[in-house]
Design a binder for this molecule. Structure first.
Ligand code: SF4
Length: 352
C-alpha cells in the first residue's frame, strides 16, 4: 500500500547539521548506510553524525560520509541518560531516526530540528508472526523502508549498502586469506546467530566445512568468542585441519575478512548483511525467520535457502527453541544442498 508523503521545507542552502540514529543491531546498522550515503551526496558540506550503541560503532567508524560517531555507552542508556543526551541533538537541523524505538523517540522528543522517522511496520510484521490467516503482504525490504524516510525532503536513495574499512585492515585480511588459500578461493563460514532457532545444527556446519576442505578451498570461520565456545566440535575440527582458521575479531576486521572471501555462508544474521555489503555473494540459511519480513541479503548474487514451512516465520528475531519441537525449518536443510549452492556461487565468482 502506498503511503502519503508530506513534504518538509528544506532550508535554503540545505541542512547543515544532520544526525542519523540507529542504535542497533549489526545488520540493521549495515542497512542504514544507503541513507547515510544519500544524505552525504545531497548535503556534501553538512556535519553528519551517526548515533549508535558502542558495540556497533566500529561498523560506521571508518565511513568517510560520517563526520562523527556518537557512541551510546553500555552504562548510559537509562531514561535519565537519554534525556540528558538529547540536548546534544538540539544543534542538528535534521534528525533521521531509522530505529523508531522508545530510546530514539526519547532522544528526539521536543527537538526543534526536522525529525524524520522510519515507519517500523511493526503491525504488519506482527501479522506475519501471529495472524497469518489475515493474509499479510510480504514486507518491503528494510532498505526500501529506510529510503522512504527521506521522501519528505526529496532525497533519493538508490545505492546498495557498502561498509568501509581502513586500507591497513584490508591488507591484513588479504594476507590472512592468502595464508589459508594460496589459490585465492576461500569460503567464509559464519555459524553464529543471536538466537537458537536461527542456527543450523553444528554437525551440519562440520559436514560442510569438511566437504569444502575436500575441495581444497580455504575456510574462514567468523564469529564471536561465545559462538566459538558454543560450537566445540566445529572448533576442534577447524583447529585440526589445514587451510582453515577461526576468527573472533572486531567488526571492522570481520568486514575486511568477508570482503576478501569468495563466497560467504551465513544464517539470517548481521554477518549476512555485512558480507553482502562488502560485495560478496552469500548463501543464507533462514530458520525461524523468513525473507518475507524484509531482511533478505541485498543484491541479486545471493542464494537464500528457506524451507517456507507453514509455521515459518514463527518469530521476528529468533527463539530459544522450536515451539513445535521438530525444528524442521533448519533440520531439513542438508549439507549437500548448501555445498551445491556454494559451488554454484564459487564457479560464477571464479568465472566473473
Ligand atoms: S520449524 Fe517452524 S515453528 Fe519450529 S522454529 Fe522453525 S519456523 Fe519456528
Amino acid at each position: 500500500m502506498s503511503r502519503k508523503v508530506q513534504a518538509v521545507a528544506v532550508p535554503e542552502g540545505g541542512f547543515r547539521r544532520i544526525a542519523v540514529l540507529r542504535l542497533s543491531s549489526l545488520g540493521d546498522v549495515v542497512l542504514t548506510l544507503p541513507v547515510v550515503h544519500a544524505l552525504r551526496a545531497a548535503y556534501p558540506t553538512a556535519e553528519l553524525d551517526y548515533w549508535v550503541k558502542e558495540e556497533f560503532a566500529d561498523l560506521v567508524a571508518h565511513d568517510p560520509a560520517i563526520t562523527h560517531v556518537r557512541e551510546l555507552e553500555r552504562d548510559a542508556r537509562k531514561v535519565e541518560d537519554l534525556v540528558s543526551m538529547s540536548a546534544e541533538l538540539e544543534k542538528h537541523d535534521l534528525i533521521v531516526d531509522l530505529h523508531a524505538s522508545s530510546r530514539t523517540r526519547l532522544l528526539t522528543f521536543r527537538q526543534r530540528g526536522v525529525v524524520l522517522r522510519t515507519d517500523s511496520r511493526r503491525l504488519q510484521r506482527a501479522r506475519w508472526i501471529h495472524a497469518r490467516w489475515t493474509h499479510p503482504q510480504p514486507l518491503p525490504h528494510v532498505t526500501e523502508r529506510y529510503a522512504a524516510t527521506l521522501a519528505p525532503i526529496g532525497v533519493p536513495v538508490n545505492q546498495a549498502p557498502r561498509v568501509s574499512v581502513r586500507p591497513v585492515t584490508e591488507a591484513w585480511a588479504q594476507a590472512e586469506r592468502d595464508s589459508l588459500a594460496p589459490a585465492g578461493v576461500c569460503v567464509a563460514l559464519a555459524p553464529g546467530a543471536a538466537h537458537e532457532t536461527k542456527r543450523w545444527p553444528e554437525e551440519r556446519w562440520c559436514a560442510l566445512e569438511a566437504a569444502l576442505a575436500g575441495l581444497g578451498v580455504g575456510r574462514m570461520i567468523i564469529g564471536t568468542a561465545a559462538e566459538r565456545r558454543a560450537l566445540p566440535r566445529l572448533d576442534a575440527q577447524v583447529s585440526a585441519s589445514g587451510g582453515a582458521k577461526w576468527y573472533t575479531e572486531s567488526i571492522e576486521r570481520a568486514a575486511a575478512l568477508l570482503g576478501v572471501c569468495t563466497v560467504a555462508v551465513t544464517h539470517d544474521s548481521g554477518l549476512m548483511h555485512l558480507a553482502a555489503a562488502r560485495g560478496r555473494p552469500v548463501v543464507a540459511l533462514f530458520g525461524s525467520t523468513s525473507p518475507v519480513l524484509g531482511f533478505r541479503p541485498v543484491g541479486e548474487h545471493h542464494t537464500v535457502i528457506c524451507r517456507e514451512l507453514a509455521c515459518q516465520p514463527c518469530t521476528l528475531h529468533g527463539r530459544k527453541a522450536c515451539p513445535l519441537g521438530h525444528f524442521r525449518c533448519m533440520t531439513t536443510i542438508e549439507p549437500a544442498e548448501v555445498l551445491a549452492a556454494v559451488q554454484a556461487r564459487l564457479s560464477s565468482a571464479v568465472q566473473g
